[in-house]
Every structure is written in C-alpha cells, then in structure tokens.
Ligand binder design. Structure first.
Ligand SMILES: NC(=O)c1ccc[n+]([C@@H]2O[C@H](COP(=O)([O-])OP(=O)(O)OC[C@H]3O[C@@H](n4cnc5c(N)ncnc54)[C@H](O)[C@@H]3O)[C@@H](O)[C@H]2O)c1
Length: 416
C-alpha cells in the first residue's frame, strides 16, 4: 500500500513537470517567432515610432504569403533611410523583389509604407525590422529567403550612421555601426552563400586631397572617424573577396547626396535632433519652416572661391541609377570601385542661395566658425564610371535638384 501510494505521487509529479516544460517551450516558441510580441522601439526613438514599427511588422507578416515569383531578389540594408528608400523604389519599378533590413534608428517607417503602396505587385517588398549587429537574425533572414525558394541574389548595404560631426563626437558608435556591422553582414552572407555585394562608401575616405578633382586613384587619407570607418569597411570587403573568389562586389564612393524622388513620393527626413549635425538642404528646409532659428554656414575662411566649403552635390535619383548599372555590370572580384559625383564643385554659399530661391521663405543665414573634421573642397572626377559603365549625372543645376526635395518636404513638413 505504502509503495503504491509513493508511485502515484511520483507519477503525478512527472506529469506536472512535463506540462510545465511543454508550457515553457510553447512560450519560448511564441516569443522567438514574435507572434503577438511587439519589438521594443529602438533606443532614442519616440514612442509613436515604436507603435509604427509594431504595425509595420504586422503588415509584414501579412505579406509573407506573397513572395516574389520572378526577377532578382535584392536585400537593401537601410532601405527605410533616405538613399535606401529611393533605391528600393527604383528596384521595385524595375521588376526586382526587395527585402529591406532596417532597425529604423534613423530611417522612416513612413517611407516603407509609401514603398509598399507603390510596389508594382503585392509581395515584391518585404520589411525586416532587424539590427545588423545581430548576425543570427541576418542569417535567419537570408536562410528563410532561400528556403522559401527566393534566394537573395545581391545585397546592397546602405545601412549606416552617416554624419561627419557626429562621428567626431561619438567615434566608437561609428566604428561599430559601419565597420563592425559590415563584417557581421559579410559573415552572414558567407554562411548563407550570398555572394554579391554593392557597398555604399563615401568621398570622406579621401579626406582633404591636395588636388582636384578626386579620382579613384587619389590617395585615401580620411580625416574623421566616419571616413576612417568606411575605408576600413571597404578594406574588409576587399580582403574577404581576395580569400573568396566566388564573391563579387562593387564599392561606390558617393559625394554629397541631395534631392528627392521627382514624382514627390519620397524625400529626406532625418531625425530632427540630427538636423544640426547634418546636411545643408535639410537644415535649410528646417529653417524655412522655422523649426530652427537660423541656417548656419560653418566656416567662411576656407581656401575656396568664396571662403565656404565646396562640395559635389549628387542627386539621389542619379545615384540610384548608378547603383543599378553597377549591380548589373560592375560586380567583380577583386571588387570594382567608382566615384559617384557630378564633377562640379558648388560652394555652401551657392547652395544656400539656391535653397533660398527654391523655398522662397525668409531664412536667417548666420556664419559660424568651422566644424572639426570638415574639409575645404571636394569634388569628383566621374570619368571612370562614365567610361566603363556609361553613367553620367543628369541633374547639374542644384536649384533644379533642390526643387525636387522641396516639392516633397513642403507637403511633409513633419516628415512621413
Ligand atoms: N547622404 C549622403 O550624402 C551620403 C554620402 C556618402 C555616403 N553615404 C552613405 O549612404 C548610406 C545611406 O545614407 P543615408 O543618407 O540614406 O542615411 P539614412 O540615415 O537616411 O539611412 C540609413 C538607414 O540605415 C538604418 N540603420 C542604421 N544603422 C543600422 C543598423 N545597425 N541596423 C539596421 N539598420 C540600420 C537607419 O535606420 C536608416 O534607415 C550610408 O552608408 C552613408 O554612409 C551617404
């Protein structure tokens, strides 16, 4: 009797433990697969954006049954950002299937919504809310695509934080986000057998060269952490290609990107707290709306024609066309390298005048001392890409290009 009683107690315990373990496993499965679980908003994001992420992810789940059935499949990292969203629109319009990888730390969920609306066929676009530091997550995305029968053909790696001044203040963030994340991405691609990469680099890799225009043979002597981190990421790509002959890449060094989709669907809207760090066109528009009290010109004592910095402003639609061509014709081992610019230098004062003319608003322009890390004069020689790929910038007049940016921004004062 005593024995039987002990057995029945131990049987009961066994079932209790089994049920408990099963319950734990089920809960872990649900959490892992994100069923009903809303991802936390990325750091520094306002709560309303966190809400947008959750709803984007729900929409994304809805899209899972509508996979692309033809055309190449391109992963666009940073596809919610300024350049990545324009690239995605271009790819969708040219029949590609696109998967965006973005943590929305800087980009806009609203841009992804616009892209979804304009995807020519439902299911051509996926959005993956992912932090690129997370190699396991990136590998899972690449692997899942293959398992669904739509393997990734090419990765276009735009995702990065990209403000020179910010890189001087927070260099370690730049080394992690740019160099380390590129290596992580390469690892994920290697493991999942994805062997084509188009890489977003920058003229900041050249630093402050003694002679202009900058060709691809101009020595690279970057003078700020942003440029150094990008150059090291390029080197990692070149070293990896050297060791893996089935891997092809093309590295594109852009000059100053501006403008917007001429049809007015997309635009540039960096997080408001970064406008001060950022590009002259977004600062000008912020001043035009009165969001910031003045438009600052940093440095009027450079050795340039009018004392302000000279830059080569390349329109975003020209830039994405260059990417398309590079992807089609220039992926190679060792990786090929091209400058993407107009070949024409425009001073900050000239750019500011164009901006005032386009916005037709009262803007207070105030001259300030130079910022650390800024260089005097930078413009490209785009001869190599013209000779080899037949690409040339179509927007030559910054006022015309800025008009496209203002067209979107005037109707989207507070972004998407
Ligand atoms: N805008 C320019 O003038 C310019 C010039 C030269 C090179 N570039 C390069 O072009 C690329 C795109 O620049 P942009 O102007 O579109 O910037 P952006 O800030 O508008 O877009 C970058 C996107 O990357 C995402 N992102 C950043 N870190 C991430 C991470 N760790 N994981 C996942 N997503 C992440 C952001 O959320 C954002 O959507 C960058 O690599 C930049 O260095 C830009």
């Amino acid at each position: 009797m005593m024995m039987a009683s002990t057995n029945s107690q131990s049987t009961l315990k066994w079932w209790q433990i089994s049920a408990f373990v099963a319950w734990i496993l089920l809960a872990m499965h649900i959490l892992y697969h994100n069923g009903g679980h809303e991802p936390a908003a990325p750091k520094n994001m306002p709560p309303e954006v966190g809400g947008t992420i959750a709803s984007l992810n729900n929409e994304h789940r809805d899209m899972n049954g509508h996979e692309p059935t033809h055309g190449q499949h391109v992963v666009v990292t940073g596809g919610a950002g300024f350049i990545g969203s324009h690239m995605t629109m271009h790819l969708l319009e040219h029949g590609y299937a696109v998967t965006i990888l973005d943590n929305l730390s800087r980009g806009n969920a609203g841009a992804v919504r616009v892209l979804r609306e304009h995807a020519t066929k439902r299911g051509r676009l996926r959005f993956e809310f992912v932090e690129l530091e997370d190699e396991t997550a990136v590998r899972r995305i690449l692997r899942d695509a293959r398992n669904r029968g739509t393997p990734v053909d090419v990765v276009m790696h735009f995702a990065a934080i990209a403000f020179v001044g910010e890189s001087v203040a927070y260099p370690l963030n730049y080394w992690t986000n740019i160099t380390s994340n590129t290596i992580t991405l390469l690892r994920a691609m290697k493991h999942e057998n994805v062997n084509k990469l188009v890489y977003s680099s920058t003229c900041a890799t050249y630093g402050n060269p003694v002679s202009m225009p900058i060709t691809e043979d101009t020595p690279t002597v970057p003078i700020n952490p942003y440029g150094r981190a990008k150059l090291d990421a390029e080197d990692a790509i070149r070293d990896y290609a050297h060791a893996n002959k089935n891997f092809d890449a093309v590295i594109l060094r852009y000059f100053n990107v501006y403008g917007a989709d001429p049809k007015g669907r997309l635009g540039e809207y960096p997080p408001p707290n970064l406008v001060g760090h950022g590009r002259v066109s977004t600062a000008c528009f912020a001043a035009a709306f009165g969001h910031i009290p003045e438009l600052k010109i940093y440095g009027t004592d450079f050795s340039t024609g009018d004392g302000t910095c000279v830059r080569d402003y390349i329109h975003v639609t020209d830039l994405v066309e260059a990417h398309h061509l590079a992807m089609a014709k220039a992926l190679s081992n060792p990786p090929s390298l091209y400058n993407i610019g107009t070949g024409v230098g425009v001073s900050v004062r000239e750019f500011t005048r164009a901006c005032l003319s386009v916005t037709r608003r009262n803007i207070t322009v105030v001259e300030h001392p130079r910022r650390p890390g800024d260089y005097a004069e930078v413009y490209a020689s785009p001869a190599k890409i013209k000779d080899e790929l037949g690409w040339e910038a179509r927007y030559r007049d910054v006022e015309e290009g800025l008009a496209t940016a203002w067209r979107w921004r005037e109707r989207h004062e507070n972004g998407y």
